[in-house]
Structures are given as C-alpha cells and as structure tokens.
Design a binder for this molecule. Structure first.
Ligand code: SAM
Length: 278
C-alpha cells in the first residue's frame, strides 16, 4: 500500500491512544489511507480552500485532506480522546490543522475560516442528516460553503440524489436538489470501516448553485413539500387540502394532476406551486 504521509498506520495510532470505537458517538473509522485520500479528492481541488471536517476521529480523512493539499482543515471532534492523535497530525502539517473539541451542532466554525470553504466529513450517523439540513437551509443563498462531500448510510445518500417516481424521493431530495447539484461519488461496503457498520455507506458530493434551480420562497416550498410528503401515499388533492380548501382547482389551473401523489411531482412543479401560493 502506498504511503500518503510519514505518520504511522492508523491501526497503530488507535492502539497507542486506546481509541476503542464508541457506538454512542457513531464511531466507525476509516483506516485505509488510500481510501481517505480518494474521498478527499472527490471534494475537488483542495489547494486554496479551507475545509471543515466534522468528526475527524483518529484522523484518517484529516490526513487525506492535508496530503491532498487543503490550505487549512478545521476539524470539530466531540470525543476528547482523539485530540492527542490529531495533535500528532498537526505537527506534521504546521499551521494547517486546527482542532476544536466540542459538538458540531453547537460550534460556529466560521470565525476561524476564510472562503472558499468546503465541508468534507465521514459523518457520525446520529447527527449527519441534521447537519446536512442545516447546511442546506442557511438564511442567505449562496451559502458560506461551495461544496459538501459527505459520507452517509447508503440509504440516506440515495434519498439525497433521488429522482421523482422513486421510493427514495422526498423532502431531502427536494431540499438538496433545489439549490445544489448532488451525486453519489463512492459506495463503500461495511468492511471498509472499523468496526464495520451493519449497512453500506456512500459519499455524496453536493455543489452549491449560485441561485436556486427554480424560483420559490424557501419557507413556502418547505411547507408544501413537508405537507405533501407527510402523507405521501395520499393524492395531492387530499394531502394538501389543509393548505387550501380549493387545492384541486389550483392544481388543475397549474397543470398538476390532483390525483398524483407527492413522489410523482417534479421539483419544478413543487416550485411552481410554491410561487402560486405566493
Ligand atoms: N472521520 C473519521 C474516519 O473517517 O475514520 C471518524 C468518522 S466516525 C463515523 C464519526 C466521528 O464523529 C467520530 O470520531 C465521533 O467521535 C465524532 N462525533 C460524533 N458526534 C459528533 C458531534 N456531535 N460533533 C462532532 N463530532 C462528533
């Protein structure tokens, strides 16, 4: 196996620092540095970019990001046990790794970074979707980041890139694809991780569009999409009646079939409906 840096193998790092994986923190570590370098490359050109990494753990992906030329990596880690191992990486890349100990849901990393900013992470399963939704719904668009390169359970990754007419299509697909290009760039079996999770994982790469794909008010779109998919097996004329007693006539006027179900409706049509609600 080729070396990406002069640091010891991750298995040795884990043994030396006694980093036994904790399930409560969603710890499934990537120990193959060629694989973490591949994930880092999936984030595009890292030279001249600041990177936010959530949950560096023993630092496999962190090392990939630094070896691939990231200007700076700001890593946010909840598990204090990992900090000595991360400090060893920082010593090999002086001035390029900053580690914040704490909960990524509570830390605002922006004061520490300058644009362009990319987010790259093998996310803890328990907070992954919540972080993604936050990054996709900032107060202003374009957001502070230019791209997100994130590992999820494969099933979540499929929901992010899903197209209409599929079971995976829903709120997450619409939220992601309204203002981003989103694609799965890598699928990994459980055996890629230590300890192996029960399910496959996948890396999704999202690039922020300069403006939404179709115009719509964010809150109105979110309300319509949430209402429609909360009762995804019902026809739209039933699921959306709470928003407008005359919904059937409204849908017909817009050329949307009132008997269609939410999963049959394109992003463009959801945006048209949101604009019609004003
Ligand atoms: N990046 C490492 C890798 O690829 O091997 C570890 C990935 S592991 C799936 C998730 C990491 O996120 C763990 O190191 C865990 O301690 C950390 N973590 C869990 N919850 C967190 C939170 N709320 N904020 C920051 N880090 C968290």
């Amino acid at each position: 196996m080729s070396q990406i840096d002069t640091l010891p193998p991750l298995r040795d790092v884990i043994t030396r620092h006694d980093l036994r994986a904790k399930k409560s923190l969603g710890q499934n570590f990537l120990l193959d540095l060629n694989l973490t370098a591949r994930i880092a490359r999936a984030a595009g050109d890292l030279a001249g970019a600041d990177i936010i990494e959530v949950g560096p753990g023993p630092g496999g992906l962190t090392r990939g990001l630094l070896a691939e030329g990231a200007r700076k990596v700001l890593a946010i880690e909840k598990d204090g046990r990992c900090l000595p191992a991360l400090a060893e990486i920082g010593a090999v890349y002086p001035g390029r790794l900053e580690v914040l100990e704490g909960d990524a849901l509570e830390i605002d990393p922006l004061t520490h970074l300058s644009p362009p900013i990319k987010i790259v992470a093998n996310l803890p399963y328990n907070v992954g979707t919540e972080l993604l939704v936050r990054w996709l719904t900032p107060k202003v668009w374009p957001p502070f980041w230019t791209s997100l390169t994130l590992m999820f359970q494969k099933e979540v990754a499929e929901r992010i890139v899903a197209k209409p007419g599929t079971k995976a299509y829903g709120r997450l697909a619409i939220l992601a694809q309204w203002r981003c290009d989103a694609r799965i760039v890598l699928t990994l079996p459980p055996s890629a991780f230590t300890p192996p999770p029960k399910i496959d994982s996948a890396v999704v790469h999202l690039t922020a569009l300069p403006e939404p794909r179709f115009p719509a008010d964010q809150k109105t779109l979110e309300r319509i999409v949430a209402t429609a998919f909360n009762q995804r097996r019902k026809m739209l004329r039933a699921s959306l009646r709470g928003l407008d007693p005359q919904i059937e006539a409204r849908l017909e006027r817009l050329g949307i079939r009132p008997t269609a179900r939410a999963e049959e409706i394109s992003l463009e049509d959801f945006c048209m409906l949101a604009r019609d609600f004003g």
